[in-house]
Design a protein around this ligand. Structure first.
Ligand SMILES: NC(=O)c1ccc[n+]([C@@H]2O[C@H](COP(=O)([O-])OP(=O)(O)OC[C@H]3O[C@@H](n4cnc5c(N)ncnc54)[C@H](OP(=O)(O)O)[C@@H]3O)[C@@H](O)[C@H]2O)c1
Length: 241
């Protein structure tokens, strides 16, 4: 029997990369996954691939930098399932960029998607989860949530450090309110996805999205009263600090 049988999850950024690997694994383990991204075709492919799995993919096309679209996702969840067990805030972006010539709008967008959208999703999720008094929320951070790693304009580092602060604050509020809503992070090093390897070159030494999916799966399948707070994973060769 799947470890996530009949659980309801929302996973942002499910069309490709880490989010997709996580959505597949969750569906294999019996989960009903509301799979969110902007590219409908990729979500449909995911739905098709997983149609004989124990769980089910519910494709949901939305841009989570728009509050009204986030609201539509969670209105759908509330109407269809009446509860939510798991939220994975995974969708995120980075750009290359030096402080000398970084486009200020790109800096802002990076913060918007990587932090503000996670806030919007988390706010709606905890309101639903609080009715049952339990739930699991995992934010996909980065080794850049812990160490700057490399010099840059700092947009990505600031966003992922910020996401770590957000995670801790919400985790503490859930504790203070006596709720069994676990809030934590999974923080990968370099993973072979379209974000980091858009041309799909061979990257044997990098992490696979499936490895991160397993870590997320571990975090959400612990007992209700257990909070897996932070898993940091990187390839042995990567100097992350
Ligand atoms: N790859 C790495 O080395 C690495 C390392 C550490 C942390 N991470 C983190 O892991 C997470 C996933 O990264 P990834 O490498 O899997 O990225 P990816 O391959 O680029 O996939 C990102 C997913 O997010 C979706 N997305 C992007 N913007 C969106 C928006 N505004 N609304 C809804 N969905 C959106 C994308 O689909 P659409 O474009 O179709 O919307 C796609 O499905 C990110 O938070 C990233 O920072 C990645």
């Amino acid at each position: 029997m799947g470890k996530l049988k009949n659980k309801i999850a929302v996973i942002t950024g499910s069309g490709r990369g880490i989010g997709r690997a996580t959505a597949e694994l969750f569906a294999k383990e019996g989960c009903k996954v509301v799979a969110v991204s902007r590219t409908e075709k990729e979500l449909k492919e995911l739905e098709e691939k997983t149609k004989n799995y124990q769980g089910k993919i519910y494709p949901f096309k939305a841009d989570i930098t728009l509050k009204e679209e986030v609201d539509k996702i969670f209105d759908y969840v509330e109407n269809k399932f009446k509860r939510l067990d798991i939220l994975i805030n995974n969708a995120g972006i980075t750009y290359p960029g030096s402080i000398f010539d970084m486009d200020p709008d790109k800096f802002l967008y990076c913060l918007k998607l990587n932090i503000w959208s996670a806030f919007l999703c988390t706010q709606r999720a905890v309101r639903i989860m609080a009715k049952e008094g339990k739930g699991k929320i995992i934010n996909v951070g980065s080794v850049c949530s812990h160490w700057a790693g490399y010099g840059s304009a700092g947009h990505y580092i600031a966003s992922k450090y910020g996401l770590k602060g957000f995670t801790e604050a919400v985790m503490r509020e859930m504790q203070d309110k006596g709720l069994n809503i676990s809030v934590g992070m999974v923080c990968p090093g370099i993973v072979d996805t379209t974000l980091t390897n858009p041309k799909g070159e061979i990257r044997e030494n990098w992490l696979k999205p499936e490895t991160i999916a397993e870590a997320i799966f571990f975090a959400v399948t612990n007992p209700e009263n257990v909070n897996v707070y932070d898993i940091i994973i990187f390839p042995n060769w990567q100097k992350v600090w």
